[in-house]
Design a protein around this ligand. Sequence first.
Ligand SMILES: [Zn+2]
Ligand SMILES: [Zn+2]
Ligand SMILES: [Zn+2]
Length: 311
Amino acid sequence: MSDPSTEPAEAAFSFLGDGLRLAILRALAEREARAGPREDAMAYSDLRRAVGERDSGKFSYHLGKLTGRFVEKTPEGYRLREPGRETVRLLERGVVDGDADLDAAPVAARCPLCDARVRVTYGDHHLFACCSECAGLFGADECPEGTVTGIVLPPAVVEDLDPTPLFERAHRVFERRLRPMFEGVCLECGGEVDGRLRRCPDHDPGPSGICPECETASPLLAELVCETCGRGRVSHPLFGNPGADDVDATGDGTWTGPAVAGDAGGTAAAWDRFGSFLAWTPTAREDGAVAFDPPSGDGQVVVSPDLRVIE
Ligand SMILES: [Zn+2]
Ligand SMILES: [Zn+2]
Ligand SMILES: [Zn+2]
């Protein structure tokens, strides 16, 4: 495990209050960095040695502050409780204090709207894939110009990969994250996800390409929000939707396998699939469902207001 400065994290985690406390949590986490039930507690003396704190009074004072909520004391010694583990996970992902430097790096992909080159940029813990020429799909203030997708990723992942593999990895992750949400389950917390069609009643992208009403280029998107933790995602109603797994996104009969395949499907598949669905024409039906027609005109798919593929 890396050991970046804990100072900015300290500010955010004021309830942890002291770098020594974070060092204790990290030392315990390193001990149990494996999946499954965690049996082995860490003896007091081993823990103090691992942290490297000479002042025993200071050490036991801070360990005592952590014990209860973050750390559990057992007859064999100390081990993390889940809030302690979650704190370390946040630190390791760089979610609290980290950032990554990535500015307008070109990737091997084309814009689904205008076929221009795509660039990735990173900000506010999102990897944005942006068109270099058109307005893209999302025009809200927090999106860089030309945003087609914005995917939450921790800085630790962004730092580790070159732009194109990063772009491909992000879109695979995006598609897989969406699937359980379309099924009504939040994988982050186990809560229930409310999924619905978001339709812009007065959609008018005009010459800018972005409608001022909904701040997107598309009149119709899927909105998925966890009712418990508030995690929200926006997608095309067919992309990431398990009900559309057997749908040929290109609509021209070239598709031959499941939407979310292993590596055999090619790692660029998720971006291509997302982009292909953008070319489908949505038509609202009287019952609130929306019919999507591929450019070829053959193979209509109907999505209910709560995002189920019903025809
Ligand atoms: Zn474009
Ligand atoms: Zn609109
Ligand atoms: Zn949740």
